[in-house]
Design a protein around this ligand. Structure first.
Ligand code: TYD
Length: 422
């Protein structure tokens, strides 16, 4: 690691918290009968102590500013706080620093209890050694004190790197003798960070990650979703992607068959009703061909650069549908998929299980059926047995979830499986 200590500002560096702050400031001003300024002025509330902003930007006196903060907090604590997300890629960066043995801390002018709540809410608390913030009710705070409080006792500030998106972050870091880097993807105005003396300014989380990790990105995670047709996979996958992105993970959502131009063309051939009568062997080979291309073009490169890949179906589908459903046997399917399987293996597979009646009802409501969905019931019974076999073979990787419940209930289980593997 380049440094022993990595200190991050929170708003505009770790988290995009602007929406909740802007809305809560506007709410306070409206309630106090004051005009609500435009978004550029509201954005200037993000980062510095609120008291200062109410005084400087809205002309309140000290007492008026304290009252405005009270009204602001009456909305912010329950609602505004959660109108936020972690910048995609931040979770992977914090994780890599933490696992690399560095000390990781947050220093924010926000009340400490709010930063704590948010880091827990978004699941990044596990990568963080310390949080320093203000106490509720304290007027303002010097960023230098916050940075010092975030370091362990006796730590040498020269061994620390701090990252922030506002001039006062950079100035405080420099004044303490730290390396201070600016995050221009946050709420800075043009030229602000360079002007404050930042050692480096990054336009994206990815640039900052490359610099902090010296190009060494840890391997990402490969999640696959499986289940019989009509199990509700698409809904859960879309939710999972959204959930992970808001928690600061860079994700790639892809599908099989398909996922890249050549494989999407193969998909058309496989699923088209014009392909009626295709031999089972040809079908299995097409799935395998589509897969190996998809792995090389999309899955493997994304995992190598640290992303989380969520794939709608993978090799287990070929085991269930072709080895069992088409009765081609597992040996043949594993053999023709070896080129793809040797390159990547799913870390976690979520298998959504639903009884056939419910699955049929769901499919009847959806898009017109494709060639595979029109198969007979005994085919789907064999597919079900195929998935049973997959589950029995890899209990540490495949997690079965009862998908016959409500979308929210199923998603709770999906989240907890993925959360454990992060
Ligand atoms: P798709 O429309 O993606 O279905 P779903 O939404 O249920 O995933 O179509 C994919 C179909 O292809 C589906 O019926 C399962 C089948 N399939 C296989 O038979 N073998 C495979 O290896 C894969 C990836 C899919």
């Amino acid at each position: 690691m380049k440094f022993d200590y990595y200190l991050f500002d929170f708003d505009g560096t770790i988290a995009e918290t602007g929406e909740g702050i802007r809305r809560s400031v506007a709410y306070a001003l409206e309630r106090l009968g004051r005009p609500v300024p435009g978004e550029d002025v509201l954005n200037r509330f993000i980062g510095p102590p609120l008291h200062d902003s109410f005084v400087e930007l809205c002309g309140f006196d000290d007492e008026g500013a304290e009252h405005a903060i009270e009204v602001y907090r009456s909305r912010y604590i329950g609602t505004g706080l959660y109108e936020a997300s972690i910048y995609p890629g931040i979770a992977q960066l914090l994780r890599a620093l933490h696992e690399g043995g560095a000390y990781v801390a947050l220093a924010s002018a926000k009340p400490e209890m709010m930063v704590e709540r948010l880091t827990k809410h978004f699941g990044i608390d596990r990568y963080i050694d310390a949080i320093s913030g203000t106490t509720l009710g304290r007027h303002s705070a010097d960023k230098r004190d916050l940075l010092l409080a975030a370091l362990p006792e006796g730590a040498d500030p020269a061994r620390a790197c701090m990252a922030g998106d506002r001039s006062f972050d950079i100035e405080a870091g420099k004044a303490l003798g730290m390396t201070a880097v600016g995050t221009d993807y946050g709420y800075s105005i043009e030229g602000e960070l360079a002007g404050a003396g930042a050692d480096l300014v990054f336009d994206t989380v990815s640039e900052m990650t490359d610099w902090m990790l010296e190009g060494e990105r840890p391997r990402g995670l490969f999640i696959t979703m499986e289940g019989s047709d009509g199990c509700g996979k698409s809904t859960q996958i879309a939710r999972l992607k959204d959930w992970l992105t808001r928690r600061g993970y860079e994700t790639v959502l892809t599908r099989e068959p398909g996922g890249c131009p050549i494989s999407e063309r193969i998909r058309e051939v496989i699923l088209s009703l014009d392909s009626k009568g295709m031999s089972a062997e040809c079908e299995a080979l097409l799935y395998a061909a589509s897969r190996v291309e998809h792995v090389r073009e999309v899955i493997e490169p994304a995992i190598k650069c640290g992303k989380i890949v969520i794939c709608d179906r993978f090799l287990d589908s070929s085991i269930a549908y072709q080895a069992y459903g088409r009765e081609l046997g597992e040996d043949f399917i594993r053999q023709i998929n070896a080129a793809a399987a040797e390159r990547v293996r799913p870390d976690v597979t979520i298998l959504l299980e639903v009884d056939r009646e419910r699955a049929r009802a769901r499919m009847a409501k959806g898009a017109p059926l494709d060639r595979l969905e029109m198969e007979k019931e005994d085919f789907f019974e064999r597919v079900r047995r195929g998935y049973e076999a997959v589950k029995a073979q890899s209990p540490g990787r495949v997690f079965a979830i009862d998908a016959g419940r409500t979308i929210d209930e199923v998603f709770e289980d999906v989240k907890s499986v993925v959360d454990r593997s992060l």
